[in-house]
Design a protein around this ligand. Structure first.
Ligand SMILES: C[S@@+](CC[C@H](N)C(=O)[O-])C[C@H]1O[C@@H](n2cnc3c(N)ncnc32)[C@H](O)[C@@H]1O
Length: 327
């Protein structure tokens, strides 16, 4: 039987759930419910005393979670940058694991009315949470050419960011850019080379999506909250889908897992301050079989770390700088 069009096929499902090393009676967070592939797999492995607290910023994802009737499960409509607040409202101080499967879901990408797709015409919105923030169309209507160039170059890693920004400014002087098809045509005319198998609008759409949803800032705000709330031995598992996101995750996990003393200091190992995280294993990618069944898995990277018993001093993150996704 074919899947319903607006289903989401979870990526690295077993790998991510295994990485959480679930305890049957533990309390876990799924920070990105989506359509609940990971949440359901976690619930399957929890015992009666286990608990799963889910979040999603998309009201449609939260509505879809209504299908899960399980007293161990709850969901909150919130961005994961508000993780600590959500846990406080649930009366939960510490958790045994946090999973974040970043980015957008297939239902978001495939519903033309959400405005994420350059393949199908729709309103140029791109907000995962349409109840908050500014749509892509509204941002493009007021941003300066320089702001567009920086966003498209920085978040889309688009070599022709300058030309694309100029083309958008010229186009919006003729008529407002309100539809995805309009924007895709403007970008296609400005991007001179073609990457094999890639639509010329791919990078610009990615950039606008990251910008409109403040995706990297969200991750940068969520990770320290997750680390702070993990109990010793608790696991953090993050799946990212593009290089900026993965760079940010990698840098935060590394900064929190390195000791901060020069290696030649004359002190005993047990006197060394322990790092708050221990990275468990290498970054994992999807298998060839998974990628052939689900091409979206091609760009997924799973990184996992375990909380130690050491104090987490957030100043440890100062050394990775203000925009740690930049190369
Ligand atoms: C890749 S999908 C997750 C799919 C899910 N693991 C599953 O198996 O169905 C990402 C989901 O995270 C949500 N999301 C992305 N960024 C978020 C954020 N900052 N806060 C809360 N939810 C977010 C999106 O709305 C989307 O539903």
């Amino acid at each position: 039987m074919s899947e319903p069009i607006l289903a989401h096929r979870a990526v690295l499902l077993q790998e991510a759930v295994d990485a959480l090393a679930l305890r049957a009676d533990g309390t876990y967070v799924d920070a990105t419910f989506g359509r609940g592939g990971h949440s359901r797999a976690i619930l399957d492995r929890l015992g009666p005393a286990g608990r799963l607290i889910a979040l999603d910023r998309d009201p449609q994802a939260v509505a879809a979670a209504g299908e899960i009737r399980d007293p161990r499960f709850s969901i909150t409509h919130a961005p994961f940058s508000e993780l600590a607040r959500v846990l406080d409202s649930a009366g939960v101080a510490q958790v045994q694991g946090v999973l974040a499967d970043l980015g957008v879901s297939s239902p978001q990408l495939e519903d033309a009315e959400r405005g994420f797709s350059f393949r199908a015409d729709g309103p140029l919105d791109m907000r995962m949470d349409p109840t908050r923030g500014v749509s892509a169309a509204d941002w493009l209507a007021t941003a300066t050419e320089q702001q567009m160039r920086e966003a498209i170059g920085g978040y889309g890693e688009e070599r022709f960011a300058k030309q694309v920004a100029k083309a958008i400014v010229d186009a919006r002087a003729r008529e407002p850019l309100r539809r995805t098809e309009q924007l895709a045509a403007v970008v296609a005319a400005a991007v001179r080379t073609r990457e094999v198998g890639q639509n010329p609008a791919t990078r610009t759409f990615q950039a606008l999506r990251i910008l409109v949803n403040r995706e990297l800032e969200e991750v940068a705000l969520m990770l320290p909250q997750a680390i702070r709330r993990l109990a010793p031995g608790g696991r953090l598992a993050v799946i990212s889908f593009h290089s900026l996101e993965d760079r940010l995750v990698k840098r935060v996990l590394r900064a929190c897992s390195e000791d901060r003393l020069p290696p030649d200091l004359p002190i005993r190992a047990r006197e060394l301050p322990q790092a708050p995280l221990r990275i468990t294993g290498k970054a994992r990618r999807a298998s060839a079989a998974e990628i052939s069944a689900n091409p979206r898995a091609r760009s997924a990277t799973l990184r996992v770390a375990e909380r130690t018993g050491a104090v987490f001093d957030e100043s440890i993150l100062d050394r990775i700088g203000p925009e740690p996704w930049r190369s």
